[in-house]
Design a binder for this molecule. Sequence first.
Ligand code: SOE
Length: 384
Amino acid sequence: MREMNVGIIGYQFMGKAHSNGWIKAPLFFDLNIKPKLKVACGRNKAAVTSFAEKWGWEKIETNWKKVVEDPDIDIIDISLPQHLHYEVAMAAAKNGKHIFCEKPLAHTRTQAEEMLKAVEENGVTHYLNHNYRRTPAVKLAKQMIDNGEIGRVFHWRGAYQQDWIVDPDFPLTWQLKKETAHAGPHWDLNSHSVDLAHYLVGDMKTVSCLTTNFITERPLPTQGETAFSSGAPNTEMGKVTVEDAALMMVEFENGAVGSFEATRFATGKKNANTFEIYGSKGSLSFNQERMNELQFFSNSDPENEQGFRTIIATEGSHPYMNNWWPPGHIIGYEHGFVHAVADFMDALDKNVSIEPNFRDGVKILKVLEAGLESAKSGKKVSIL
Ligand code: SOE
């Protein structure tokens, strides 16, 4: 079997999720090209060495420039926080590497546009990892909408709710500072919801948005502290420079209207990436916390039997499912990353593009940036 060498840059939460994808995809999917876990890169030598040993990366590197310039590497996996995507992606594209990039695409829309130009000019395959598109229930929703099963879409209602910073003692990690995160849940979470809305409903033309902060100062992080692991308490405080919650309303080009809510203050909601889509013939509703299920209401059901029904999206005929287990043997969060790798390798094999990609990433950041502009001005903003 043909192989392509992968160099991964970043080794934390997404580094693990992506590594699992590179490992599992050729085991569960019939791929013509197999990804080879060649080099893992990170600044902390001890940490990246232990990551590479655990996940089976052949060697390590502490300087990302050496990885993107290495003629032996075919694919660069950018598993870094988004403020670091630009430099790596630009260099990878110039060196002719295919790119598998974590979301959101970039820190700013301008960077994203330059990144798109670079990958197109260099003719490399580019993928942006909005992983939820490849949840079987979401893919099924897409098929049902395309088949006209809910008719003309009137409403999109998206809410992405988490609660990991409700505690005022939660430290000021990189996600809470403008210089590293650009914005708060509006960038981190609304980027996913806007991607799903683009995928399922269509492009948007205007946006109105408000953002707010509940906690404006937090303890500075201590050594080794990250968003997902706590360290020793710190009494030194720093300013939160991104929003804590963002609420957005949009008009779609096809006449539908939509709302988005992104927050890290929805106490009790851990990773509730939800949407509801209401159409002329029926409706669909999804909650990532119950990701194997899709709720479907159909006007075509006999009137006295109508109601939302739960489709367990695990039948072999549901997208991706025939590669996994018998019906009812549900799958999880990590499977979306495996599906993404399988589709990415397939796109490389067939020399076709894959979605979402950097073009979609630019489109998403246009919406989000218009949202921030609207939140600042208090006015409705056109997406240009
Ligand atoms: C943290 O908010 C986070 O890990 C996001 O960055 C991911 O994109 C999302 O899928 C889960 O939550």
